[in-house]
Design a protein around this ligand. Structure first.
Ligand code: ADP
Ligand code: MG
Length: 247
C-alpha cells in the first residue's frame, strides 16, 4: 500500500472510490496478480509496450477486478491500452460464452478505427478454443450491411468497436443483439455524453441488458455533468484522474 501511494504521488494520480484496487507497477505484475493470458502478454511485448503509463497502472487492475471506472488522463497518455488490455483478458477468460462480450463506443470513425487496430494487434493469434480465434470487428458500413442481410451471424464476434449511430442502426434492425455484452466502454466519454450524443449513449445503455454489465468511461476531461452521469449509471465506480504538471 505504501508503494502504491508512492507510485500515485509520482504521477499525480487522484483515485477515489470504495475498496480501490492497487495499481500495477509493471506489466509483469499482471502475471502474478491476475492469471494473465501468456499470448496476450507476448503480443504486448511484441508491440513494444514495455512499461505501463500511469492511467494503465491504475486502470488495468480496476477493470480486471470488474469495477466500473471513470478514467481521466491527458491526450496521448495511453488510455486506449488501459481499457483494451483488460477487456481482451476478460473476453479470453470468458471464452466459453457465445456471442458479443465487449463493446467499445467511440464518437468518430477515425478514432474507432484506431482502437480497432490496437485491439487486433494485441488480440493477434489468440484462440478461444482450438478452432475459434478471438474475433474483433469494426462496425463498418459493409459489416453493418452484412449483418442486416444475415450474411454474417452477429454471434461470430467477441468484441465490436463502433460509433453510436451505426451501432444503434444495426440494433434497431435486429441485426446485432447486445444482450450478451458484459463490458461496455465509452471512449472520449466527454463527447459521447454531451448534448448532441447523450440520447444515443442512453439508447446503447438501454440495449445492453446484462444486469452485471461493467461500464467504463474514458476521457481527457471530466466536465461536471459527466461525473454526475457516471455516478447515476455506474455501480460503485472508481474514479481515476491523472494530473499533468502543466495543467
Ligand atoms: P490517449 O487515448 O490517452 O490520447 P493513446 O491510447 O492513443 O492515448 O496512446 C498514445 C500513444 O502512446 C499511442 O501511439 C500508443 O501506442 C502509445 N502507448 C500507449 N501505451 C504505451 C506504453 N505503455 N508504452 C509505450 N507507448 C504506449
Ligand atoms: Mg484516446
Amino acid at each position: 500500500a505504501e508503494e502504491a501511494a508512492q507510485l500515485r504521488k509520482s504521477y499525480m494520480g487522484n483515485v477515489s472510490g470504495e475498496d480501490v484496487p492497487l495499481p500495477i507497477g509493471s506489466f509483469e505484475d499482471l502475471v502474478t496478480r491476475f492469471q494473465f493470458d501468456s499470448r496476450l502478454l507476448s503480443n504486448l511485448i511484441e508491440s513494444h509496450f514495455t512499461e505501463p503509463t500511469p492511467i494503465q497502472c491504475e486502470g488495468i487492475p480496476m477493470a480486471l477486478h470488474g469495477r466500473d471506472v471513470l478514467a481521466c488522463a491527458p491526450t496521448g497518455s495511453g488510455k486506449t491500452l488501459a481499457f483494451v488490455l483488460p477487456l481482451l483478458q476478460q473476453v479470453i477468460q470468458s471464452r466459453k460464452n457465445e456471442g458479443l462480450k465487449g463493446l467499445i463506443i467511440s464518437p468518430t470513425k477515425e478514432l474507432a478505427s484506431q482502437i480497432f487496430k490496437e485491439c487486433t494487434k494485441l488480440g493477434n493469434k489468440i484462440f478461444l478454443d482450438k478452432k475459434r480465434p478471438l474475433s474483433i470487428a469494426l462496425l463498418s458500413k459493409s459489416l453493418s450491411a452484412k449483418l442486416k442481410n444475415k450474411i454474417v451471424s452477429d454471434k461470430k464476434y467477441d468484441i465490436i468497436i463502433s460509433t453510436p449511430l451505426r451501432l444503434i442502426d444495426v440494433v434497431k434492425h435486429e441485426a446485432l443483439n447486445l444482450s450478451s455484452v458484459k463490458h461496455l466502454i465509452f471512449d472520449e466519454a466527454d463527447k459521447l455524453f454531451d448534448q448532441t450524443f447523450v440520447e444515443q449513449a442512453d439508447s446503447i445503455l438501454a440495449s445492453c441488458r446484462d444486469p452485471q454489465l461493467r461500464k467504463t468511461m474514458v476521457s481527457a476531461t471530466v466536465p461536471s455533468g459527466l461525473e454526475e452521469i457516471a455516478q447515476s449509471i455506474m455501480l460503485d465506480p472508481v474514479r481515476i484522474i491523472i494530473g499533468h504538471k502543466e495543467a
